[in-house]
Ligand binder design. Sequence first.
Ligand code: FAD
Length: 209
Amino acid sequence: MPPDENKVKKEGKRAIIIGAGPAGLTAAYELATRTDYYPIVLEQSKWMGGISRTVNHNGNRIDIGGHRFFSKSDRVMDWWLSMMPLEASASGLFALTYQNRQKELFADGNGPDPEQKDRVMLVRTRKSRIYFNRSFFDYPVTLNYNTIRNLGLFRIMKIGFSYMWRVLFPLKPENNLEEFFINRFGKELYRTFFESYTEKVRKMSEYQC
Ligand SMILES: Cc1cc2nc3c(=O)[nH]c(=O)nc-3n(C[C@H](O)[C@H](O)[C@H](O)COP(=O)(O)OP(=O)(O)OC[C@H]3O[C@@H](n4cnc5c(N)ncnc54)[C@H](O)[C@@H]3O)c2cc1C
C-alpha cells in the first residue's frame, strides 16, 4: 500500500525515480511499502519494464534479447519470485543454470496458471543461438567444429587476426558497448555477430509494443 497521499502532501516526502525498468519499479515498490516516502516514477517511453519488458507483436510475446531471469543474489531472486510466483506446472526441486552458475529452486506446484494470469514466472528450457548467414551458431559464440564449418576457413582466419590485434592493442578507454565487444571479440567477430544485435538493443525506443 502506498503511503497516505494527504500525509505526503503535508510533509512533502517524495522520491523521484527516473525510469520504470526493473530497478526503478523495485525501488518505487520498496519505498512505497517500507518507508513513508511517496515514490514518483518518471518514464520517458510509453512502456514499463525497461529493456526487460515483453513486447506484444501481433499477439506474439517477445522479449528484447531473450531474457531468462537469474540473479546471483538470493534476496533478488526471492523478491521477484514473491512478485511473480513459479507457474503451477513447475513442481519440486529444479536447478537454474546461467553462465556456469547454478541455483536450486523449489516449486510447490501451487503457482498461478500462465493461461489465466500474467504475473507468473514461466519455467522453460532455453537454448540460445544466433541465426546468421542461414546457419545457427552457438550463443555465447564458441570456437568449435560447428562454428568453423559455418564460417569457413577464410573468415575464421580474419576473425583470429582481428581478435589478436585487439588483444595486443585494446581500445582505451572503452566508451560504449560496441567498444566493449570489440575489445573482447575483435572487430571482425563483432561485425559478424554483434553489430546488428547491439544496434537493435541500442535503438530499443523505436520498438513498438
Ligand atoms: C539483450 C539483452 C539480454 C538480456 N538478458 C538478460 C537475461 O537473460 N536475464 C537477466 O536477468 N537480465 C538480462 N538482461 C539485463 C536486464 O535487461 C537488465 O539488467 C535490466 O533490464 C536492467 O534494469 P534497469 O531498470 O536497471 O534498466 P532498464 O531496463 O534499462 O530500464 C531503464 C528505464 O529507464 C528509462 N529511462 C532512461 N533514461 C530516462 C530518462 N532520462 N528519463 C525517463 N526515463 C528514462 C528507460 O526508458 C527504461 O524504461 C539482458 C539485457 C539485454 C540488453
